[in-house]
Ligand binder design. Structure first.
Ligand SMILES: *[C@@H]1O[C@H](CO)[C@@H](O)[C@H](O)[C@H]1NC(C)=O
Ligand SMILES: *[C@@H]1O[C@H](CO)[C@@H](O)[C@H](O)[C@H]1NC(C)=O
Ligand SMILES: *[C@@H]1O[C@H](CO)[C@@H](O)[C@H](O)[C@H]1NC(C)=O
Ligand SMILES: *[C@@H]1O[C@H](CO)[C@@H](O)[C@H](O)[C@H]1NC(C)=O
Ligand SMILES: *[C@@H]1O[C@H](CO)[C@@H](O)[C@H](O)[C@H]1NC(C)=O
Ligand SMILES: *[C@@H]1O[C@H](CO)[C@@H](O)[C@H](O)[C@H]1NC(C)=O
Ligand SMILES: *[C@@H]1O[C@H](CO)[C@@H](O)[C@H](O)[C@H]1NC(C)=O
Ligand SMILES: *[C@@H]1O[C@H](CO)[C@@H](O)[C@H](O)[C@H]1NC(C)=O
Ligand SMILES: *[C@@H]1O[C@H](CO)[C@@H](O)[C@H](O)[C@H]1NC(C)=O
Ligand SMILES: *[C@@H]1O[C@H](CO)[C@@H](O)[C@H](O)[C@H]1NC(C)=O
Ligand SMILES: *[C@@H]1O[C@H](CO)[C@@H](O)[C@H](O)[C@H]1NC(C)=O
Ligand SMILES: *[C@@H]1O[C@H](CO)[C@@H](O)[C@H](O)[C@H]1NC(C)=O
Length: 421
């Protein structure tokens, strides 16, 4: 059960098989079963060594979840899931067929991209992608934020096993963000997922297996969302109300399924393309250029009436290091760098109403956005962390929210303390 449930199909898990036995004894020195124990590990190799976490191991052994890192399907004996799917199904458009396959929704598809009858984001040109559904009863996607000089700050694809250095950095800056978690990663790295809550970040759904959502039959697309919501609830105690489609691949059929689950669809207006470094000819310099365009537009005053959402990743050491490298320039250029829900003034991000995020006014605010004065934190080409300047932690209110100091007991105690703020 242990190996089959935790050392699943993800390649990194397979690599961990041989070291598991060897590390089992020394690993006892580190507490791998609590959020605080895991968060204290500084060696990335140890961080990424598999461990057993009973609530996940038990649920997998009982067949309550699909196989991790495989396309999800709705389990026949999941009576709650079947019931909810039955209630949603009648409102899912039947005139939109699945497109392509899980690795590319564009594969072998004939589609009128000009008329774009399905409001299919994937076929749109940059800047003109469809986010206003064409089928009735569906809310618009969120791809920017209404507040001036505000950046919705979020990371896709976590929890990554080696994220402690990155989360330590965010905590050192009293910076919160939105974490778009993959259900399979949550099952493989449950106490790492708990760290997002303990640190005061927001968690949204990023599907079970990170396939192209428009490729899945409707009940399978439902399962990709449903089991990720259940995974996050199982390990963190909260149920998200937001999701982001992998690759932005969404159409009105998928939107209807997400809407039926009460999940808001969050896209982005700015793409760092950080995940693509080294893939398809994208270089580190290109990624710098994408970040630089976002910062440059802020400095040029182009966010003075409406803010933006940037896509970045908690995928690997490169993407997390890149986020740290650009952090000073983001906080110099924007007045507010916030989790997406906070940027939207939503302070109760979960189904469970006893958990709150800080309000817009309480959250991290920088004093001198570079459009408003002569600060030096503009788009320099410096590398390495801390190269920017003009970054400040000014807001007195931000000190009111530093949940890590509350990490004294169980996660439930943390929820209680946060909810009390
Ligand atoms: C549900 O079905 C799965 C197979 O799809 C099985 O492994 C599991 O034991 C079943 N669970 C229960 C509670 O019957
Ligand atoms: C998707 O890609 C994975 C590996 O990259 C491969 O194993 C799988 O067969 C592919 N699936 C489809 C439907 O093409
Ligand atoms: C497209 O269809 C052709 C013919 O059916 C097939 O050989 C090819 O593998 C398909 N390509 C993709 C990317 O699915
Ligand atoms: C959805 O977006 C469209 C286009 O921007 C806009 O006209 C419409 O008012 C929006 N609807 C809502 C409910 O915000
Ligand atoms: C922000 O505050 C944290 C602690 O509150 C501190 O560690 C960090 O260095 C500060 N950052 C800046 C840029 O002053
Ligand atoms: C969605 O929200 C409505 C209103 O709060 C609620 O009645 C419904 O049960 C929710 N649906 C799901 C799938 O949680
Ligand atoms: C603003 O962003 C656009 C891409 O959307 C880019 O072409 C332009 O150079 C950016 N402006 C600045 C001042 O960075
Ligand atoms: C900078 O942004 C603020 C807030 O939107 C705005 O009031 C101010 O006019 C801007 N300054 C410049 C120089 O564009
Ligand atoms: C997490 O990040 C580490 C460090 O870069 C990387 O080796 C690993 O493959 C990542 N894990 C996943 C599941 O992507
Ligand atoms: C990247 O990897 C190096 C070497 O293991 C490590 O020292 C550093 O903390 C990592 N950075 C991040 C952001 O994970
Ligand atoms: C969000 O909250 C801020 C601060 O409380 C307020 O100034 C602003 O008007 C609100 N914006 C929206 C869109 O509700
Ligand atoms: C929050 O509510 C959930 C049920 O909705 C409950 O399980 C949990 O114990 C509550 N947490 C606290 C700290 O009250």
């Amino acid at each position: 059960m242990l190996l089959s449930s935790l050392l699943n199909s993800a390649p990194s898990r397979l690599l961990a098989v041989s070291s598991f036995i060897a590390l089992a004894l020394p690993a006892l020195a580190q507490d791998r079963t609590t959020e605080a124990g895991e968060a204290s590990i500084t060696d990335p190799t140890l961080e990424c060594t598999a461990y057993y976490y009973a609530p996940v191991g038990t649920a997998l052994a009982a067949g309550e979840f699909p196989t991790v890192w495989q396309s999800a399907t709705l389990l026949p004996n999941d009576t709650e899931g079947q019931q909810i799917w039955a209630s949603i199904q009648p409102s899912v458009p039947t005139n939109i067929q699945p497109k392509g396959n899980r690795n590319s929704s564009l594969a072998n598809v004939t589609y009128d991209a000009v008329a774009d009858p399905d409001c299919w984001w994937t076929v749109g040109q940059a800047g003109h992608k469809c986010t206003t559904p064409k089928h009735n009863g569906l809310p618009n996607d969120t791809w920017n934020v209404p507040e001036p000089l505000t950046a919705g700050y979020g990371f896709d694809d976590g929890p990554n096993c080696s994220h402690n250095a990155f989360y330590d950095f965010l905590t050192s800056q009293n910076q919160k963000a939105t974490m778009f978690y993959i259900g399979s990663n949550v099952m493989n790295h449950p106490v790492e997922a708990q760290r997002a809550i303990a640190d005061g970040h927001e968690i949204c759904v990023h599907t079970w297996s990170h396939g192209y959502m428009t490729s899945f039959p409707s009940s399978a697309a439902f399962a990709e969302l449903w089991y990720t919501m259940k995974a996050i609830k199982l390990v963190t105690g909260v149920t998200p109300k937001c999701w982001r489609p992998p690759y932005g691949d969404v159409d009105d059929r998928i939107r209807a399924i997400a809407h039926g689950l009460n999940l808001t669809t969050i896209l982005w207006g700015w793409d760092s393309n950080d995940w693509q470094n080294g893939i398809g000819g994208v270089t580190d310099a290109d990624v710098d250029n994408f970040y630089s365009q976002f910062v440059g537009n802020a400095t040029a005053g182009n966010f003075n009436s409406v803010g933006g959402i940037i896509l970045t990743h908690e995928l690997n050491n490169y993407t997390m290091s890149k986020a740290i490298e650009w952090y000073p320039r983001l906080t110099a250029a924007f007045k507010h760098l916030l989790p997406v829900s906070v940027a939207l003034n939503i302070s109760q991000p979960y189904v469970e109403t006893n958990y709150s995020l800080p309000t817009f006014a309480q959250c991290h605010t920088t004093a001198n956005p570079s459009n408003a004065s002569t600060t030096s934190g503009s788009t320099s080409s410096g590398t390495g962390t801390g190269s920017g300047s003009g970054t400040t932690n000014t807001s007195g209110a931000s000190a009111a929210f530093s949940p890590r100091v509350l990490l004294v007991g169980t996660l439930a105690a943390v929820f209680g303390a946060i909810a009390a703020l």
